[in-house]
Structure formats: structure tokens, C-alpha cells
Ligand binder design. Structure first.
Ligand code: ATP
Length: 299
């Protein structure tokens, strides 16, 4: 279990993270989403003791990272795959990490095999690794100590399609065995497939948190009609706010039954009426973070 409580981090008058609270639960993959500069990395850095909080706390299995006697046995961390020592070979990096944690050397070869680095690649210096190979090495390091929690910043970064599929299976498998996975990613399709729970942050504050089903269901209802303006008007008359999208669809937070009833009363034929859930995570993300997007995108 990863718990963040009332976490605030300020830099010289600038608030990067403000009063952020959430939990990532065992047995679940939690996706941590937000536009560039929203505060994801800062929050994750506080979790693993790389940045001190201005106030509030982050704990892993009830303990602050700095208080864990052998942190690698409790939590696997991958924040920046390119931050590994470039002059060392992949194998050397794993050997050093394994010795530091007091693990048998056999773990190193197990991990190299697990992340599908070939023995030749493992003997190559990290400076000559591709981004995807660094990412695999980072995952190997994170899993080395057999932790029950993982904190991963953009783990799919640089992976090829087969690598992304492999990462997905690895993380869902880890969670299905009771592990806690917290991952940040800008690959919304990937998060939509893999995550059970979602935390959305914008401008340093949590803008939404819940299960994926809850958050996507909260997208409301989508209706189409041959006369969408009349439908939007009828909804407005019934006290139901709606938006008329450029593609002629009418969206509202009201449930489908109410929208259907209003259309029937107004004598408007609907050509489509469904939960807007299918709009997907990308639409939800853009609408939730519209105020905090640099591009000012609206859903
Ligand atoms: N050491 C620092 N000094 C000053 N400001 C910082 C520092 N570290 C982060 N920030 C600022 O805090 C804000 C949050 O940054 P953070 O890296 O946490 O965002 P992020 O959500 O991880 O973004 P991205 O998706 O681009 O990785 C940004 O405005 C960033 O410039």
C-alpha cells in the first residue's frame, strides 16, 4: 500500500504539489496521470525520499521510504531509466544493487532473463543501450529485491509494441499476486488498458481519483438526434445542462433514462443514446485537465 497524505511541495514560492492525498492499493494497478508539469514526478520523488516534502507525507506499507531498513526489498522504483551509471554494464548495475540488498547473485541472472536482455546485451555498457533496453534494465533493478510495491515513472517509455505488451502483462501479473503498482504515463491508451484505479493531477492538485470504471462512467451520457439543437434546447428547458459537440452529439452528466424521457416528451427522435463511457480515458483526461493544459484543449 502506498499512501500520500496532504502532500505539499514548494520551490522558492512556486507550489509544485499542493495538499495531495491518495492511496495506491495492493492487488491493483494505479495510474497517475496529469499534463506536463502537473506534479507527478515531484510526488513520486517525495515517495522515494529524493525530494523532501514541504508538508504532508508519503509512506510505503506504512513507513516513510527513508525509514525502510532495506527499501529495495519493499518497493521497486523506476523514475528515470537514463539516470543509470552509463559507464557500467547492465549486469554490473544489477550485481551492485543485488549486493547492496544482500541478495544472492543468482537473482541477477533471473532478472536479466525476466526482462529479456540477452547475455551479450547484459555485458554491454549502459551508455550503448537503447532507451527501451535501459527501461528493461530499470525494471530488472526495481524487481530485484522481490518488493510488493512498484513506483514507476513512464515505464513504457521507449519500449517497442511487443515490449509494451510485455510490460503490461508483467505489471498486471504483479498486481494479481497482491502487489501494489503505481505508474505514471502519458500513454493514455496503455493506462486505460492496464489501470484499475486512476489519480488525475493538474497544476499540483488532484482533480479526480477513483476506479477506472467510476471515472469513465462519470463522463455522462451521449445522445444523437436528427435535430441536435432541439434536443439541447429541450434538455435545457428540463434543467439539464448539456453541450453540443462539433460532431452533432449532445453530451450531458444526466443519465440516459432522463435524456431519453426528455426527448420523448419533446417529440425528438433519438438516433443514438448511450453512456459516454466509450469516449474513453483521453476525453476524460482532457476535460478534467482542460484548465491546466498548456494548449488549452477542451474535450
Ligand atoms: N527542483 C525544482 N525547482 C523548481 N521547480 C521545480 C523543481 N522540480 C520540479 N519543479 C516544478 O514543479 C512542477 C511539477 O513538475 P513535475 O516534474 O513534478 O511534473 P510532471 O507532472 O512530472 O511533468 P511531466 O509530465 O512533464 O514529467 C513543474 O512546474 C516543475 O517546473
Amino acid at each position: 500500500m502506498i499512501t500520500v497524505e496532504s502532500l505539499t511541495r514548494r520551490y522558492a514560492g512556486f507550489t509544485a504539489v499542493e495538499d495531495v492525498s491518495f492511496t495506491a492499493k495492493p492487488g491493483r494497478v494505479t495510474g497517475f496521470l496529469g499534463p506536463n508539469g502537473a506534479g507527478k514526478s515531484t510526488t513520486m520523488r517525495v515517495m522515494v525520499g529524493l525530494t523532501a516534502p514541504t508538508s504532508g507525507s508519503a509512506t510505503i506499507n506504512g513507513e516513510r521510504f527513508a525509514d525502510l531498513p532495506n527499501p529495495g526489498l519493499e518497493v521497486g522504483v523506476l523514475l528515470d531509466a537514463s539516470a543509470q551509471h552509463a559507464g557500467r554494464t547492465g549486469r554490473e548495475i544489477l550485481v551492485i544493487a543485488s549486493d547492496t540488498m544482500g541478495l544472492p547473485r543468482s537473482r541477477v541472472d533471473e532478472m536479466i532473463e525476466l526482462v529479456s536482455l540477452t547475455p551479450t546485451e547484459a555485458k554491454r555498457r549502459v551508455r550503448d543501450y537503447s532507451l527501451g533496453m535501459r527501461q528493461r534494465l530499470g525494471i530488472a533493478t526495481a524487481l530485484l529485491g522481490g518488493p510488493n510495491a512498484l513506483i514507476l515513472d513512464e515505464p513504457a517509455n521507449g519500449l517497442d509494441p511487443a515490449g509494451i505488451r510485455w510490460m503490461r502483462d508483467l505489471l498486471t501479473g504483479f498486481a494479481s499476486q497482491g502487489g501494489t503498482v503505481l505508474l505514471s504515463s502519458h500513454l493514455l491508451h496503455e493506462v486505460e488498458v492496464i489501470a484499475d484505479d486512476l489519480i488525475v493531477i493538474g497544476n499540483g492538485k488532484i482533480v479526480a481519483a477513483g476506479t477506472k470504471e467510476e471515472l469513465l462512467a462519470a463522463a455522462g451520457t451521449l445522445a444523437r438526434s436528427t435535430s441536435p439543437r432541439d434536443l439541447a434546447h429541450a434538455l435545457e428547458q428540463a434543467g439539464i445542462p448539456s453541450t453540443l459537440a462539433g460532431d452533432g452529439s449532445v453530451r450531458t452528466d444526466a443519465d440516459a433514462t432522463r435524456v431519453g424521457a426528455v426527448a420523448l416528451t419533446a417529440g425528438i427522435a433519438l438516433t443514438e443514446l448511450r453512456s459516454a463511457e466509450r469516449a474513453g480515458l483521453e476525453d476524460m483526461f482532457l476535460s478534467l485537465t482542460a484548465d491546466t493544459q498548456r494548449e488549452g484543449v477542451a474535450a
